[in-house]
Design a protein around this ligand. Structure first.
Ligand SMILES: [Mg+2]
Length: 257
C-alpha cells in the first residue's frame, strides 16, 4: 500500500517568513524517498504558484502539484454544488483564480454565493454589500475559520474575525470549506490520489489539522513548532497518533506504515 502526507505549512514548515529548523531537509527527504505529499493550507490568499515561490525563498523546492489550498477546495466545492454558479468574493488572488477555474462567475450583484477569504483589500463598504446579498438570499461561504493569532504586527486579522462580523450582521452562520471541514480534508486526499488508510496529516493546530484528520479517519502527527503546546493537549477529547517537537524529528517509515 502506498502512503502519503498532507502537511500544514504555517507553524510546521515556516513561522511567518522564517523556515522552521530542518523543514527543508524534511521535504527534500520526502522527494528523495518518493513519498507522496501535498501542503494543505487554509490560507486562501495565494495561488499555488505563489505558494511555490514563497517556499522557494525559504529554500524549499516543490511544484504546484504539491500545494492544496482552501481556495482550491472552495472552488471545487462550489463548482460541484452549482456548475456555472455566481459569487461575490471578499478575498484575493488565490480564491478568485480557483473560483474562475471551477466555472464560477464573479459578479457584483445578485450572487448565488458570498465567499469570504483572507485579504486586506476589501472595504467595509464591500462587507456591507455582502451582508445585503446574504440577507437577500445569497449563501454565505467562508474559506476557513482560523482564529486571530492575537500578536501585534501579525500580517492578518484572522478570518474568524471577519466571518464573525458578517455572521453578526446577517444572523446567518457561514458554511466553512477549509480545515477541519471534511470538504477540504477529503478533497486534499483525493488531490493526492490517496485512500483514507493511506493518509497521514501533519499539523501544528489541534482544532484544524488534527481534528480534521481524526474525523476523517486519517493518521495524525502533531508538531509542537507552532500553535499547540503539550500542556494543553489534555483539554481535547481527541489526540494525535504521534507528537513530534518539529518535522525534522519525524523519521520514516512511520510506525503505522
Ligand atoms: Mg499551522
Amino acid at each position: 500500500m502506498k502512503q502519503g502526507l498532507l502537511i500544514d505549512m504555517d507553524g510546521v514548515i515556516y513561522s511567518g517568513e522564517e523556515l522552521i529548523n530542518g523543514a527543508d531537509n524534511f521535504i527534500k527527504n520526502l522527494i528523495d524517498k518518493d513519498i507522496p505529499f501535498a501542503f494543505m493550507t487554509n490560507n486562501s490568499q495565494r495561488t499555488s504558484l505563489e505558494v511555490v515561490r514563497k517556499l522557494k525563498r525559504l529554500s524549499i523546492t516543490v511544484e504546484t502539484k504539491h500545494v492544496y489550498t482552501s481556495a482550491m477546495a472552495t472552488g471545487k466545492f462550489l463548482g460541484d454544488q452549482s456548475p456555472n454558479g455566481t459569487a461575490y468574493v471578499l478575498g484575493e488572488g488565490g480564491l478568485l483564480t480557483s473560483l474562475h477555474e471551477n466555472g464560477i462567475t464573479l459578479v457584483d450583484s445578485d450572487p448565488e454565493f458570498v465567499v469570504l477569504g483572507e485579504g486586506r483589500n476589501f472595504t467595509l463598504e464591500m462587507v456591507q454589500r455582502a451582508v445585503d446579498m446574504i440577507l437577500a438570499g445569497a449563501k454565505f461561504i467562508t474559506t476557513n475559520r482560523d482564529p486571530s493569532p492575537k500578536k501585534p504586527g501579525w500580517n492578518n486579522l484572522g478570518i474568524a474575525a471577519t466571518t464573525a462580523m458578517i455572521e453578526e450582521a446577517t444572523g446567518r452562520k457561514a458554511f466553512v470549506t477549509g480545515k477541519p471541514s471534511p470538504v477540504m480534508m477529503r478533497s486534499a486526499r483525493k488531490f493526492l490520489g490517496l485512500e483514507t488508510a493511506e493518509t497521514t496529516v501533519i499539523g501544528d493546530t489541534m482544532e484544524t489539522d488534527i481534528q480534521g484528520g481524526v474525523q476523517m479517519g486519517y493518521k495524525t502527527i502533531l508538531v509542537l513548532s507552532g500553535i499547540a503546546s503539550k500542556d494543553t493537549l489534555s483539554n481535547y477529547a481527541f489526540k494525535p497518533d504521534m507528537i513530534a517537537s518539529s518535522v525534522d524529528k519525524i523519521s520514516f517509515p512511520l510506525k503505522w506504515w
